[in-house]
Design a protein around this ligand. Sequence first.
Ligand code: 6PG
Length: 471
Amino acid sequence: MALQQFGLIGLAVMGENLALNIERHGFSLTVYNRTAEKTEAFMADRAQGKNIVPAYSLEDFVASLERPRRILVMVKAGGPVDAVVEQLKPLLDPGDLIIDGGNSLFTDTERRVKDLEALGLGFMGMGVSGGEEGALNGPSLMPGGTQAAYEAVEPIVRSIAAQVDDGPCVTYIGPGGSGHYVKMVHNGIEYGDMQLIAEAYDLLKSVVGLNASELHQVFSDWNETPELNSFLIEITADIFTKLDDLGTGQPLVELILDAAGQKGTGRWTVETALEIGVAIPTIIAAVNARILSSIKTERQAASEILSGPIAEPFSGDRQALIDSIRDALYCSKICSYAQGMALLAKASQVYNYSLNLGELARIWKGGCIIRAGFLNKIKQAYDADPTLANLLLAPEFRQTILDRQVAWRRVIAIAAERGIPVPAFSASLDYFDSYRRDRLPQNLTQAQRDYFGAHTYERTDRSGTFHAQWF
Ligand code: 6PG
């Protein structure tokens, strides 16, 4: 039997879809799954007639692949990745390459890279975004590892990735765990986007009083604007058209329990940002919002005891408020991306990843969950100035916020007056106001630290370190 060009382990839906995508682009492959039934079912159904062969032992799997072998592992992050790697290690030859396409923690990837490279094997951590549909028809791919490892898979990843006007949505990210780091921050930004959209929905529903079909219309209109055109706005518009099919006839979204789940990538983004000292308040607000939403029973009990302000129904210009909410959403989104990109810039220094921020914005233009027309503006901002300290300083975004900040502030004020939580809108505005202010009140913080702990302070009018006798 001729040797296969590529191997894939793990036939959950992402693995199956990637296998079909790879095969459709002309690469032969062998697939393996821990449980043989899954492989059999795949072969009998979706893989039928395709250039895909099954293997029912890892020995047969490895033996079926051309050398150096290229093996994509699509199993659950954490222990299962280690288990597969450990099983593969004794079967592989120097030069063979394992690619982990799951949402692995970047520090795990760093560890695996070191471990395998010491054995002469290659290991690549590759972020894969776009969900099931993306995996099948074109994801955004974020491969990190050695340049040589990338070159070994470049023809495959370039052909299976989503294609946009300026190329495939894949690029060599950088060394070590950089691919998974970038994917993690992508997900943090995804959390921010989703929370900002949820807050806009809450205001449109609770203040403007829009029903599902009006919400559908507003989000559809927003999706036509160059600022907000994006996958997440598009699916939001769609969601409002779906009626319950269990007999109530109501919009399904209104019957869904308001308790958000999370698998960890948002929290990891927060953890790394705190660790390396980058402020990402919008993304933190998004993670907190999911946590607070998940204590549903406690919130229900609290709602009986704690009341908010009493507000008259909104009687102003509804269209004007809808437009202001759109502006608030866009300004907040800019701040959220500014934070995510600032985090990537700092991580690039701390971990020596040599990230190209403009190129990251480019590969997120298609295929991934945060894909949006807006990413082209981010790419252009970094192309114009690769050393840009913060996205807020780019002329395009600076002007947008100047033009829309009155609306943005008004929306947050209305929400506060009416007791509607808008944690990500507010965190974004606070980020903007903190970043743009020459003087913040942390002079007082420094005075307090020196007062109670002799932690010393610097002065604005002379250099050196000082300590005062406060009492
Ligand atoms: C993607 C998604 C994908 C997945 C997240 C969801 O880029 O395709 O981010 O990776 O949907 O893991 O994460 P939560 O379950 O934490 O929302």
